[in-house]
Every structure is written in C-alpha cells, then in structure tokens.
Design a protein around this ligand. Structure first.
Ligand code: PA5
Length: 472
C-alpha cells in the first residue's frame, strides 16, 4: 500500500512492509490494516477534540506567523553583528536546530567565508563534557558571538551550567554590554532561566505552554537559530501548514502519518519488530533521523499505560545513514535477528548532482560508473539495500521528499510528530511526558547537592553503601 499524495508532496511507500513481499511472519496483511483502521479513525476524532480544546499546541506552531515576524526582526538586527551563534541546550532543545541546519544548510557551512555564508556560524553545545566546553571556548571569540540559551524548563543542569560559564566569560570580556550577547528561549512564565532573563534584561523568545522539547522544533526553539544562520523559517512553517491540512483525515489509507504509526505499531506488537531503524539516504537528512530517534524513544518508551498498567513498551529507534552504514550495519540488518523494521529517507531531486567523470574506461570496476552521477549511484544503493532487505524478509518502507527545501522539511517534521502522537494513542501511552528522564535529572541534582534533594541523596548513598562494587 502506498499513499502518493498530490504531485510535489511527501510519499510514503509501504510496498515492502506487506506480507506478499516479506511473508506473513514479518509483514502486514491487508486484513491487519483494515482491522486497525477504525481504531485509528476513532483516535483521530479524539485528537481533533483535544486540539480544539487547546491540548495539542504543537499543531498550532505552523500557524504562528507573529512569532516568525518577531524572529525575523531579531535575526535582521543581529545580521552583521555576530560571526557565531552558540546554542546552549540539550535533547529537544538542541536536536531540532541540528536537524534543520543539517538538512537545509551548506554541508560545510561553518567553513564558508563570511560573505558566502547566509548567516552566522553555528555551534550547538549539547553536551557538557569539559573537553568540548573548552574546545568551544578555544574557537569562538565571545565579542563576535551570540549565545542562544534554550531550555523549556529553565532548570536543566547542563544548560544552566553552560549559561553560568558564558555569563562569567561575557561579563569579564565585554562589561555592561554583555547581555546583548545572550538571547533566551524558555517558558513564558516559569523556571530559573525566565527569572534570570527578566532580571538581566535578555531578549527572550517563548516556548509556548504545553509544547515539550521534542515537539518544539517549529517554535522559536528551532526557528530562531534557523533564522540566525540564514534559513527560511517562514517557508518551513508553510510546508508544515500544508502537511497539517493533508493530515486532517482519519482515513488510514490517505493519512501518511497515521499509516506510518499503524505500520510501526503493528510490526512491533504483532510481528516482533521491536527495533525501528530510520536510514537516511540523504546525507542532509541524517540529523532528522537523529531528531526522530529522540522523538520516538522519549515519547513511546514508557513503563505505564494511560490506564496505569505496567507495560514497559516502546520500539528502540536506531539512526543509520546510507550508503555509509551499508559498510557498518547492513550485514546485521540483512542476516541478523529479524527484530527490525526499516524506514528509508529519500529525496527525488538532490539540490545538486555531481557527474562521475568517465575515467579509467578500461578498468571494469570503474567503467560502468563513468558518465553516471553520484545522485544515480546513491539512489541505486538505496534501492539495492531495499531489495536485499526485502529478499531476506525484513520489512522496509520509504519516505520520499520530492526535493529537500524548507517547505518539504517542515512537512516532514510535522508528519513525524503526528505519527508519534498517533503511535502513542495506539500503544495507549502518554507521548508528551518523560518520567524516566526526570528520574535521572533528579538523581543528578541530588548528587550535585541541589537544595530540596537531600532525601534523595541520602537514599542514593545508602543504596551504594549496601552494594559491593564489582570493578576490575
Ligand atoms: O523532549 C524533551 O522534553 C526533553 O528532551 C527536553 O528537551 C530536554 O530534557 C531538555 O529540557 P529543557 O528544554 O527543559 O532544558
């Protein structure tokens, strides 16, 4: 089954997930899809009602044109003043920015000369490893740098500690002008960053209420850095808006997000495909696969169902890049355990194609490549991998963008978010919380001596006191 959509739209091809291609043990039957269709339609109606009640605000982001106006105004005022943008953020506060820039920016953006770059250089500090932090300080001049500190909660230790470092550095180097070098993206009301930003007088942008990190790429979390590095935020939203319109149907065979959710859910729950590999055959979309990995993992990996049963469910998402990972993982994928399903990302028309010159015509290993293009070779390698997987009964689908531009990317990101929310419904879990992440955060707070976490610290110390270390 495939949903071609209108010309120019994203296509979701599920031919190779069907039983007639990969066998009844590993693939889906029409009867299975027909049986789940009414459930999906019911969840669609429930989601429409939730949206109307304002409980799915991430779906309204593509329509928030005032926000883009403000972002573009700020980006225009920053143009020429800063050579570097450093994003301080982690998880959902960083991965969207990396995905947007990876997909739409020049592959060597930071190495382009200033006059050839459409905006600032971009550095995303999504780790606190001191070696990385020092390395960053070694290559940027604070006087030429804008720091965008991004944290929805305003309290995440990694991001707050980075802000502390940057504050000290900027104060020391720039005196009273230092606050012009920080822009904060955070909750409109709550959290430590909101309080700091208000008292220091930072320019701020808002993460709207109830939009969690991994659903925030189309808010200022992703759009502000995108505009600062010179990407077209407005058209991203236009593409997402078009996808939103396309997804207004509850009919499985017409809604690619719902079909993808159902395919993943059925292959996992009925056919043992507990691992979902997203393999991008577009180098530029590799970070979208990374962004999706977090979205799928954090949204669906849950201990409790919505009716409070202990379920411990969630597919393990894996990111791969073709053809690079053909030479790393595909051996396992084709011949290893049959516990995986695959989604290839493809682009019909690469922004540029490069010819392979007809050199070495007498060398058989080269002759067939001469006169072809790298784009053709890439497409053939993707098709070849799909054939190999299908022949070894590994279900694989392909998501194809007609071209990789801001509109298509906005559409893809929104589609994957809606897919995740529908999957949450099918698995009967809350896709918007992350109690497992919070548990780790609280333990780290306790270990670092944060006020209010003394009891937890004591528990941790007692537990480790009763444990015999086994280290060699
Ligand atoms: O998706 C999520 O909610 C998380 O990955 C958060 O983005 C991440 O934990 C960072 O949180 P915050 O934005 O509050 O700093």
């Amino acid at each position: 089954m495939s949903t071609p959509g209108d010309t120019g739209e994203i296509r979701y091809d599920t031919t190779n997930v069907m039983a007639d291609r990969v066998g009844p043990e590993n693939g889906l039957s029409d009867a299975e899809l027909a049986a789940i269709a009414p459930r999906v339609a019911g969840h669609h109606d429930a989601l429409l009602a939730e949206r109307k009640a304002g409980r799915l605000p991430f779906l309204d982001l593509p329509h928030a044109r005032d926000t883009v106006d403000a972002i573009e105004t700020f980006a225009a005022s920053a143009r020429g003043r800063f050579e570097n943008l450093v994003v301080l953020g982690i998880g959902g506060s960083a991965l969207g920015t990396i995905a947007l820039h990876g997909a739409l920016g020049h592959p060597f953006h930071n190495l382009l000369a200033t006059e050839k770059r459409p905006g600032t250089r971009l550095f995303v500090a999504d780790n606190i490893d001191p070696v990385l932090m020092q390395g960053l300080l070694d290559v940027i001049d604070p006087a030429e740098t804008l720091f965008n500190v991004v944290t929805k909660s305003g309290e995440t230790a990694e991001t707050v500690s980075q802000l502390m470092l940057v504050t000290a550095l900027l104060r020391d180097r720039l005196g009273s002008a230092w606050t012009d070098h920080v822009v904060a993206t955070t909750d409109p009301v709550k959290g430590a960053l909101r309080r700091i930003a208000d008292s220091e007088g930072f320019v701020t942008f808002e993460v709207p209420e109830y939009v969690g990190g991994r659903f925030s790429v189309l808010s200022p979390v992703g759009l502000l850095p995108a505009a600062l590095v010179g990407l077209d935020s407005r058209t991203l939203l236009t593409g997402a808006e078009r996808m939103d319109a396309r997804l207004q149907t509850g009919r499985l065979e017409r809604n690619p997000a719902y079909l993808a959710a159902a395919v993943h859910y059925l292959l996992d729950s009925k056919h043992g495909k507990s691992i979902a590999v997203m393999m991008s055959y577009s180098h530029a979309l590799r970070d979208v696969a990374d962004w999706f990995r977090q979205l799928w993992a954090e949204s669906l990996g849950k201990a409790k169902s919505l009716d409070d049963r202990t379920v411990h469910i969630g597919q393990t998402p894996v990111k791969a890049v073709g053809p690079t990972d053909q030479h790393s993982q595909v051996q396992l994928y084709v011949e290893g355990p049959a516990d995986k399903m695959f989604t290839f990302l493809a682009v019909d028309e690469p922004a540029h194609d490069v010819g392979i010159p007809d050199e070495y015509p007498d060398v058989e290993a080269c002759a067939y490549l001469g006169g072809r293009t790298f784009g053709e070779l890439l497409a053939a390698e993707r098709t070849g991998t799909a054939i190999a997987l299908t022949e070894s009964a590994r279900p694989n689908a392909t998501l194809t963008l007609p071209r990789l531009d801001p509109a298509a990317l906005g559409a893809l990101l929104l589609m994957l978010e809606v897919q995740t929310v529908m999957a949450g419904r099918l698995y009967n879990v809350n896709p918007f919380d992350q109690p497992g992440v919070e548990a780790g955060k609280v333990a780290a707070y306790a270990l670092m001596g944060r006020k209010g976490h003394e009891k937890r610290r004591k528990e941790i110390e007692e537990a480790s006191g009763h444990t015999q270390p086994r280290i060699i």
